[in-house]
Design a protein around this ligand. Structure first.
Ligand code: ADP
Ligand code: MG
Length: 592
């Protein structure tokens, strides 16, 4: 029995919720429970007020039968029946007005609590995914991550958390009311219980498994839906060129239709308790008829019974209804618990020491090896070389030879399995990585651009009021971005569209270069950064790299060998290994 209680959906869900909440949230949750208890007590008080009034209304002689009523009538001074009824009615009105105002306040704090939890869980989901690291981001569908951060916390709060609070609340209300009924009338208590418990079980069991699967499916479908719509939006040009509009529309609509279908069924199931319980209430009245006519000696009790039963149902029915809905909500959205629990919920972003690390002499790659998860052949193998501060190193090699992997190792997005990278003889570790990154600038093949102004894109992540305009201008001039920006009507305040769609490929890369320069990087890494630049711009940038290289150490992975003209040395990578070291002149000669 005890085991059964421990393992039922409610206690499991509540324990899982508690494990996810922060200590403050747990305390607030506990206060919520007390507030709910107050609400439940008020509900019972309301019911307690209601019953005698109903009794007097249906049977004027009740006043004489009940000592309490007689006392109330005498004290109030309303001696005739109609005015006494009006007095009772007015009192009831005031009592319910106060009771329900307090109930609204309690509901307010409920939703306040649940939505602040939704925000804090979203906050922590973001942190969790950010801490999962580079490889996770590269290997997980973005729609899944987006859904898990945006939708799941809200579903958790409005579905599971609110449901659990409601469940506890409604259980308490039910316990209060049913105890009340048991004290007032044992027979009625048995009738109510005999009707409610089996019907509740039937209603709940009729939909619980269905709901669990629907909830799971909803999460999956939302993800698929997002991902399919993404394909159509980001693949617009390809969709148009391949003439596959109809196909993409069909795949999207198919998952959207399934999602809507899922919502439809869940909506219908949510109606079952209300409709079902109403029928059961009538069944209860029939049971009372049967009880009074066939088993009770005093048939005059009937009126009183019906009144009591009706009063009980006035509160028990919605309560029961919400209890069932809460149970279903927990079942329906329990999948969100799995998602939130997966990997836990960190509270704070890890604190990093971003003080730039000292770099005066050299960067040494010491016997570095790395392989991707499933790859048999390592992407980088036993790589060793040393780069002196201020050197400009070119890196060449066929596509797939491991150049980008090498860069990601240097940037610490990937961690070597063997060997290490040493800065002035100090190994790069998890601890000093933020300080290392503080002195490294990176221009990717495809520069990431925000839907913001050019200015904000260059001073990436800097608060607008903190942007150093002089430095910005310098960086943009160095990156040969300044002349172009000056021709724009809104100059550097021009917005460039999502992913920089309003810029050419070359301009996008110049923004990336300006960004690396703005952030004052001692080490600059260009990964095929000039691949989409025209010859003229490429030369300009190559020369500007030369020009700004006052002490900067530069790695250039080049698409065209001519970009490497100013490099001190050129390393050749093949199958993840270092196979040669060249001077630009030798290389040109060798190739020609
Ligand atoms: P390059 O930049 O020289 O073109 P990469 O460093 O990108 O080459 O890739 C080196 C090898 O590692 C390739 O064989 C590539 O297929 C593989 N590779 C790159 N990224 C991943 C990844 N995220 N997961 C598995 N294999 C990868
Ligand atoms: Mg590459």
């Amino acid at each position: 029995m005890l085991k059964k209680i421990r393992n039922n959906i409610v206690s499991i869900t509540i324990r899982r919720i508690l494990a996810l909440l922060s200590p403050t949230e747990k305390r607030r949750g506990l206060r919520m429970v007390f507030a709910t208890m107050l609400g439940a007590l008020l509900d019972v008080a309301g019911l307690a007020f209601m019953v005698p009034v109903m009794l007097v209304a249906t049977d004027p002689e009740y006043i004489q039968k009940s000592n309490a009523m007689r006392w109330v009538q005498e004290t109030s001074g309303f001696t005739d029946y109609p005015s006494f009824m009006m007095f009772l009615g007015a009192t009831l009105l005031v009592v319910f007005l106060i009771k329900n105002s307090i109930a609204l306040l309690i509901h307010y704090s409920h939703s306040n609590f649940s939505f602040s939890v939704a925000t804090s869980v979203a906050h922590r989901q973001f942190i969790k995914y950010y801490q999962k690291g580079f490889q996770f981001f590269k290997s997980t569908n973005s729609a899944e991550i987006i859904n898990n951060i945006i939708n799941v916390p809200t579903l958790f709060a409005s579905g599971v958390l609110i449901s659990a609070i409601n469940f506890v609340a409604e259980t308490m209300i039910m316990v209060f009311i049913i105890t009340g009924i048991a004290i007032i009338d044992t027979a009625l208590f048995c009738a109510v219980m005999g009707v409610l418990i089996p019907s509740g079980i039937v209603i709940y069991n009729s939909s619980k498994n269905k709901l669990y699967h629907l909830g799971q499916e909803q999460i999956k479908l939302t993800r698929t839906n997002l991902s399919r719509l993404n394909q159509s939006i980001f693949g617009y040009v390809d969709v148009k060129l391949t003439g596959q509009e109809q196909h993409f529309l069909n795949t999207y609509i198919e998952s959207q239709r399934k999602l809507n279908e899922n919502q439809k069924i869940r909506y219908l199931i949510s109606l079952i308790p209300t409709r079902g319980l109403e029928v059961i209430a009538i069944l209860g009245i029939v049971v009372i008829f049967a009880y009074t006519f066939y088993f009770s000696s005093d048939q005059n009790q009937l009126f009183g019974f019906i009144a009591l039963f009706a009063a009980a149902f006035f509160r028990v029915l919605p309560s029961m209804n919400r209890l069932l809905n809460a149970l279903m909500g927990m079942k329906n959205h329990s999948i969100t618990l799995n998602i939130l629990e997966d990997g836990g919920l960190p509270n704070e972003l890890e604190k990093f020491d971003v003080t730039p690390i000292p770099f005066h002499d050299n960067i040494e790659f010491r016997d570095i090896s790395f392989s991707y998860n499933k790859a048999e052949i390592p992407a980088v193998r036993n790589l060793s070389f040393t780069v002196l501060k201020g050197e400009k190193i070119g890196i060449i090699g066929e596509s797939g030879s491991g150049k980008t992997t090498l860069v990601n190792l240097l940037l610490r997005f990937l961690e070597e399995e063997k060997g290490g990278i040493y800065i002035d003889g100090v190994k790069l570790t998890k601890e000093n990585t933020p300080g290392w990154r503080a002195i490294v600038g990176y221009v990717q093949q495809r520069v990431y651009l925000m839907d913001a102004t050019i200015r904000e894109n260059v001073a990436f992540g800097e608060k607008p009021e903190k942007i150093d305009s002089k430095r910005l201008e310098w960086a943009m001039k160095q990156a040969k971005l300044w002349d172009f920006v000056s021709t724009l009507k809104e100059t550097m305040y021009t917005r460039i569209g999502e992913n920089g769609q309003q810029l050419s490929g070359g301009q996008q890369q110049r923004v990336g270069i300006a960004r690396a320069l703005y952030w004052n990087s001692e080490v600059l890494i260009f990964d095929e950064a000039t691949s989409s630049l025209d010859n003229e711009t490429e030369t300009a940038i190559t020369e500007s790299i030369e020009g700004i290289a006052s002490g900067q150490t530069i790695f250039v992975i080049a698409h065209r060998i001519t970009t490497l003209k100013h490099c001190d040395r050129i390393l050749e990578i093949k199958h993840g290994q270092l196979v040669g070291e060249w001077q630009y002149a030798d290389l040109i000669q060798n190739i020609l």
